[in-house]
Ligand binder design. Sequence first.
Ligand code: GLY
Ligand code: MN
Ligand code: MN
Length: 439
Amino acid sequence: MVIPQTEFHQRRVRFLEALGGAAAVIPAAPLVRHHADVEYPFRQQSDFWYLTGFDEPGAVALFLPHQSDNPFVLFVEPRDPSAEVWNGFRWGCEGAVEHFGADLAHPRAELASRLADYLQGAEGIAFRVGRDAVVEPLVLQAWGQQLDRAPRTGHAALGLVAPCPILKDMRLRKSPAELERLREAARISAEAHERAREVARPGLSERQIQAVIEQHFLEQGARGPAYGSIVAGGDNACVLHYTRNDAPLRDGDLLLIDAGCSVSDYYNGDITRTFPVNGRFSGEQRALYELVLEAQLAAIASVAPGADAEQVHGAALRVLVEGLLHLGLLNGSVDDLIEQGAYRHLYMHRTGHWLGLDVHDVGAYRLGEHPQPLEPGMVLTVEPGLYVSDRLAVPEGQPQIEERWKGIGIRIEDDVAVTEVGHEVLTASALKAPAAMER
Ligand code: GLY
Ligand code: MN
Ligand code: MN
């Protein structure tokens, strides 16, 4: 079941409370030109979606704590048969009120003339600068007008504040309904990985595997990929954001797939699996696979209330560095290698990120000097990897890499929710035991 309107309403109540006396202006995403007069598929802005559940471009939401009878105002594209015959149904102003709980709704074209009046009486204006080149000048203009009028009206909003700290905090802690949606995104994403492994074999192309994955997303009712699917055979897996996906799969190579879907209300899955194209690990591939898996399991085991993302990263890193020492791919002591970062030519990214409406979701990782402690309802990815190639120089004092290791790129990524007692691996149905990766 999708997030119900009652939950969107509760979010707005909490947001209005947290704003104190400031009025917030939250724009929807615009349509973005792809080429000529063709646009990219529409993707709603996540904060706007989180507060409204309204999935049309160009709208603007006002949250007006100083106007307690009508605190939620939407500006939307009005109904227009001649536009809808080209681009489809719009809810219009009536729909915004009846279906999305707006107290008042106006045509989007009236924002410029109405904004200053709506903001009158607010103690501040909460607006994220630097993101919306159309709405930002209107907000600044309305604020300027208030300041001009202040001698006669007796008050003006004195500060421009950022709404994002409030929204980041709210979005970081997922409700039971949000966790359900993340489980659904995880289920579909995990099934797609299982299908991909069933069909992959030498001679197919990365693109054909991408097609299998993304077909499954669509068949299951997801919007599509949450991000550009990474389907990377052999050495391509050492390019962290590889999305060309146009090479043939070769006998003897590994295949790394980092793909997840975005469900109808935008919650995302983000899974990586790595397996041998021909169904059998080589000795080197197996050694590194088992090491990444051991690191990932150690990192997942550390996810619990009160721990933090630094500790999760640290747990994975320690296992990786110990294993690389054992395999002769690093020299020295574990603590010195970690301290000096002398492993970064083999492991150059962090072990995870928050996951939610954005794949790299909002939420602080640090609160000043301290890491953000994990709390029940937070969801993060756990995704250690190893990438052996010539792209980065081997640090001084570290062993040159023998050819037999090169071209091996491995990442294993799961989506993990923090629970009251520990954690829940949302993506557990995507297998990862070494034996399951072989056939
Ligand atoms: N696919 C992006 C990530 O894993 O963070
Ligand atoms: Mn990923
Ligand atoms: Mn990720």
